[in-house]
Design a protein. Structure first.
Length: 161
């Protein structure tokens, strides 16, 4: 596994010096305003306005709520060029949000992915999909566990692969 594709490493890059890529009580009542608030918290690794537009364009095609209270917003095409600039971040909105999920459940967890290539993007989505079907991980995000606990669980799981 390449380090730049490790979900735990991508989440570390999505954080500031203390947040480790996991953000709590992100304001907003609708997907767009919640995404704006979320992006405002993330350290700049790309043009945030372009990123927001790209994510909203992708949402217009089909909502990225995958069900079970989780949304995976992402741009359709890479907005960054260097693999070392890729990142992921998790947000726990202060409000559960109607995101248009097929199961009609409101979103309680947002996992943002920003990749440098289609290959990296698909690899990261595959890992996220695995974790979103892992009961231990789902329990962590449902209870909004501390960032260190979430990252540690992901790291330990990835080391076993």
């Amino acid at each position: 596994m390449a380090q730049e594709y490790s979900l735990s490493a991508l989440l570390q890059k999505g954080g500031g010096t203390s947040s480790a890529g996991v953000y709590y009580n992100v304001p907003g009542k609708l997907p767009k305003e919640t995404l704006q608030s979320f992006l405002a918290l993330i350290p700049a690794r790309c043009d945030k306005e372009k990123l927001l537009q790209a994510i909203l364009e992708r949402e217009d095609l089909m909502p990225t709520a995958m069900g079970n209270g989780i949304a995976l917003p992402h741009p359709r095409n890479p907005l960054i060029e260097k693999e070392e600039d890729q990142f992921a971040a998790i947000a726990f909105p202060e409000n559960h949000i109607d995101w248009g999920a097929l199961d009609a459940r409101p979103v309680h967890t947002i996992i943002l992915v920003v990749s440098a290539s289609a290959k990296a993007h698909l690899f990261t989505l595959q890992r996220i999909s695995f974790f979103c079907h892992d009961e231990n991980f789902c329990s962590l995000i449902r209870r909004r566990a501390p960032a260190e606990e979430i990252i540690s669980y992901i790291e330990k799981t990835e080391q076993g692969w």
